[in-house]
Ligand binder design. Structure first.
Ligand code: TXA
Ligand code: MG
Length: 341
């Protein structure tokens, strides 16, 4: 299959391909998604095939506005409307009871469905023109870091999907926050662009699912099936070093072998000069700018797959704000191999 390259002038064509049951790479503000008609079981099955995604991992439905929630969800609670009012369109996914018309292929047989209203203007336009809920996981091959540019998505999906729409680099850089509203207390299943602090401002109490901050033991089942997989995994093993940024950088400089890969805050790059291009150092952004770090994290992890580094050392921000999402992605890439300095 030849993958069509589309741009911001081609939203009608992208919408047409989606309506016809095809697969389209779509830009969102978080990461690129692999979109298909979320009401067409066959199209949804093709997503799993293209990604090599495990069958038990459900997909999120993308809608253009909150009023569509009632089409696909049963008993939408007041909390969902309050969150939509405050954070949609934007990087927040809500888990809600599904209606029967949502195919089992989307929910992996669960009685709940993840709903998200993305803010990327081109994505909004495509979904509105298609006039269908678009099922879309992140556009990477299963197990690889999520793509934050069309080029990254093509590395994984060229020849496997009908088209990709280039909407530029993603402005958030990590996937949406997932909040489960089906239990007694709202529960954060995946941290993302909408922070835990912001959610608590609207909801009051929010529990954090254990899968966010630690490795799941054998037999433990995270509420978001996808959180159990070793996602975001570069080929080389990763060690995360947290704590005071200057001390962490110093620790890495002392312990990394000459040929190891490094992910560090911008101000510590000079500690690692002298390494050759085959021993790359990736800049995560300034230690004081977590939004910038979020935009770089997947690019940094992905970049090492083009090299033969035997190991990767990464600095990590504290878990305030979007730091919780960055730490979660880094810690998962590291299999929760974390050194605290
Ligand atoms: O930002 C995003 O959310 C991106 C863009 C493309 O919108 N999408 C994305 O999808 O990250 P994906 O499939 O890579 O991650 C979805 C996560 C998985 O961990 C999945 O297990 C969880 O959401 N999930 C989906 N439906 C669920 C449900 N009904 N209950 C619990 N978890 C669910
Ligand atoms: Mg994903």
């Amino acid at each position: 299959m030849q993958t069509l390259r589309l741009t911001n002038n081609d939203s009608a064509q992208a919408a047409e391909i989606l309506r016809a049951g095809g697969l389209v790479g779509i830009p969102t503000e978080t990461v690129y998604g692999l979109g298909a008609n979320g009401l067409n079981p066959e199209a949804v099955r093709a997503i799993f095939k293209a990604k090599g995604r495990p069958q038990d991992n459900p997909l999120i439905l993308h809608i253009p506005e909150a009023s569509w929630l009632e089409r696909y969800c049963e008993n939408v609670p007041p909390q969902a409307w309050a969150l939509a009012q405050r954070f949609w369109p934007g990087p927040l996914t809500m888990i809600l009871p599904r209606k029967a018309l949502v195919p089992d292929e989307v929910t992996a047989g669960l009685e709940t469905v993840g709903m998200r209203c993305p803010s990327h203007p081109l994505c909004q336009e495509i979904i509105r023109l298609a006039d269908i809920p678009v099922a879309a996981p992140s556009g990477n091959t299963s197990g690889r870091p999520s793509p934050t540019t069309a080029q990254h998505m093509l590395e994984d999906m060229d020849g496997k999907i009908d088209a990709i729409v280039d909407g530029g680099p993603c402005s958030v850089g990590v996937e949406s926050t997932i909040i489960d509203l089906t239990g007694d207390v709202p529960r954060l299943l995946r941290p993302g662009g909408i922070t835990l602090e912001q959610l608590r401002q609207v909801l009051g109490q929010v529990e954090v699912d254990p899968a966010v901050t630690r490795l799941m033991g054998a037999g433990e089942k995270p509420k978001a099936p996808g959180m159990k997989y070793r996602h975001y995994a570069p080929k080389a093993p990763v060690t995360v070093v947290t704590g005071d940024p200057a001390k962490a950088a110093e620790y890495i400089a002392q312990h990394a072998d000459a040929e190891d890969g490094i992910i560090c805050f911008e101000e510590f790059l000079p500690l690692f000069t002298g390494r050759s291009v085959t021993r790359p150092v990736m800049d995560l952004g300034p230690s004081g700018d977590k939004e910038e770090q979020a935009r770089h994290i997947f690019d940094a992890l992905r970049s090492f797959d083009h090299t033969s580094v035997p190991a990767i050392w990464a600095q990590c921000p504290d878990s305030g704000g979007i730091g919780l999402a960055i730490a979660n992605r880094l810690n998962k890439a590291a299999g929760f191999h974390i050194i605290q300095v």
